[in-house]
Design a protein around this ligand. Structure first.
Ligand code: 5AD
Ligand code: SF4
Length: 479
């Protein structure tokens, strides 16, 4: 096949080297070829929501007779689920499209489809700019994929970027191809109604809508029955989840949904992401405290530690208000860990304001953070109303200071765990050695420890922490 051809083996190397996204695959690492069937290959970039969407897409395609493969050279359909959050994310996608183009030249007839946020943002521009793209499908239009593919096979390029007020894909059972069989994501809502001035998401994913609570519980129960032991409830802003039952007009909020899922089984762990500080309620915090299987971990992005910048970002809380929220979380759950997203060098940010972001990291004692340089996005409030005036060099230096401080705080946070014993859910082999397991504690910290022959992925065990790095706890199983 492919590898025997010198041009193509060179191409294979290029394919692998430029890849940064995740790929779905069959059990066979080479990808199974199902005789007489069509195959699709999908790569995902961006947030967990996008990965979760790719599982919905995989399910829709499987229904119409396509088999998944991780071998793009044998696939009839190459899909890329894209992210628009920062310019760099879009650049990566364009690089991947160049590679797909080469694959297509060797295998004429292969269709290339762009899904997700970049499809939504650029719409038909994609078809004009990128001649090789056959399909452009936005996050709410995946049900239309089979029809669009059928048309594209006939030579008609297809586009559907319609944003819906209702679509939640509630009835679609995701195809969990890249899964470890232990942990899974469940999308509980779509879209976002917050208007953070830096953010492109409200434009790419549309209005906020919540999924039928009973379909969420049914999906989680099903996962538990199939051996999964952890579900993460996903949404751009999970705390504003609200679903009204059309049958009796009763309403279910996020705290109630959390409780419904936690009650499925005490051995099914529940996590959630992402929380907006303005929306996370005491009711949610008390529900978390009440159930051992609701993990004591909150991703609570601060974005900036300064009130003026927060106001420009339209985050609707001040530094002091956020600090009160942090105090409240530690008061109700002293063993809870908190993580954050932080943006360095937002429009007009001064050196003193940047210092306030640094001091917030120390105050909140984040176990970890995702840290970014500000990247202006077309169409956002910030792009229209503010000037992206912090020079690249200063943004870089501020980001470096943030990363350095967070690494120190993470290390200190982990060092405090030395000598403690945690209940850990085993997820699989550690990355470095198949003699070691990896798994997380309730606080979402990754632990690595020598295997014991009577234990396997999906089991719980108790691990005593002996040593740490800023990213991992290293331990041994105790009885
Ligand atoms: N520039 C940099 N970072 C951004 N984020 C969102 N938009 C931008 C942007 N324009 C970050 C925020 C958000 C995370 C998902 O990405 O911190 O919480
Ligand atoms: Fe990227 Fe945001 Fe879209 Fe997720 S929702 S894929 S982070 S732009």
């Amino acid at each position: 096949m492919y590898n025997d051809n010198p041009t193509l083996s060179g191409l294979k190397k290029e394919i692998d080297e430029s890849k940064q996204g995740e790929v779905f695959f069959n059990e066979d690492p080479e990808g199974v070829t199902v005789a007489g069937s069509k195959h699709f290959y999908i790569e995902s970039y961006g947030c967990q929501m996008n990965f979760s969407d790719s599982e919905i897409v995989a399910s829709i395609l499987a229904e119409s007779g396509y088999h998944p493969t991780r071998n793009m050279e044998i696939s009839d359909l190459i899909l890329i689920n894209t992210c628009s959050i920062r310019e760099k994310a879009e650049e990566t996608v364009r690089k991947r499209l160049r590679i797909f183009d080469k694959v297509k030249q060797h295998r004429p007839g292969t269709l290339v489809g762009v899904l997700g946020c970049m499809a939504e943002r650029l719409k038909s521009k994609f078809l004009e700019q990128e001649k090789l793209v056959d399909l452009v499908v936005g996050p709410d239009a995946y049900r239309d994929l089979p029809a669009l593919i059928a048309n594209a096979e006939e030579g008609d390029k297809g586009i559907n970027v319609f944003l819906s007020r209702e679509e939640t894909y509630a009835d679609i059972s995701p195809l969990r191809l890249g899964s470890n069989g232990v942990t899974a994501f469940i999308s509980i809502m779509r879209g976002c109604d917050n208007m953070c001035s830096f953010c492109v998401v409200p434009f790419t994913r549309g209005r906020e809508r919540s999924r039928n609570a009973f379909s969420v519980v049914a999906e989680a129960s099903d996962l538990y029955e199939n051996g999964y032991r952890e579900v993460t409830l996903l949404g751009q802003n999970v705390d504003s989840y609200k679903w009204e039952n059309p049958e009796d007009s009763s309403r279910i909020n996020f705290a109630q949904l959390l409780e419904m899922v936690a009650r499925i089984h005490p051995d099914l762990r529940v996590r959630f992401s992402t929380s907006h500080p303005k929306d996370i309620t005491d009711e949610v915090l008390h529900t978390m405290a009440r159930y051992e299987n609701i993990c004591k971990y909150i991703h609570l992005p601060v974005q900036s530690g300064n009130s003026r910048v927060l106001d420009l970002m339209n985050r609707t809380y001040s530094r002091e208000w956020y600090m009160d929220k942090i105090r409240r979380i530690y008061e109700i759950m002293p063993d809870c860990t908190i993580s954050s997203d932080i943006i360095a060098g937002f429009c007009t940010e001064t050196e003193e304001e940047h210092q306030e972001t640094l001091s917030m990291i120390e105050f909140a004692r984040y176990s970890m953070s995702y840290m970014f340089m500000y990247s202006e996005r077309p169409g956002t409030l910030a792009e229209r109303k503010l000037t992206d005036d912090i020079p690249e060099g200063i943004k870089k230096r501020r980001l470096q200071e943030i990363v350095q401080l967070q690494t120190e705080i993470s290390l200190q946070h982990n060092q405090q765990d030395i000598g403690k014993t945690y209940k850990v859910l085993i997820e699989g082999n550690s990355k470095k050695s198949d003699q070691d397991f990896k798994g997380r504690n309730s606080q979402n910290k990754m632990l690595v420890f020598p295997k014991r022959s009577d234990l396997q992925p999906g089991d719980y065990c108790y691990v005593k922490v002996d040593d740490v790095t800023s990213a991992t706890l290293i331990g041994t199983i105790v009885d």
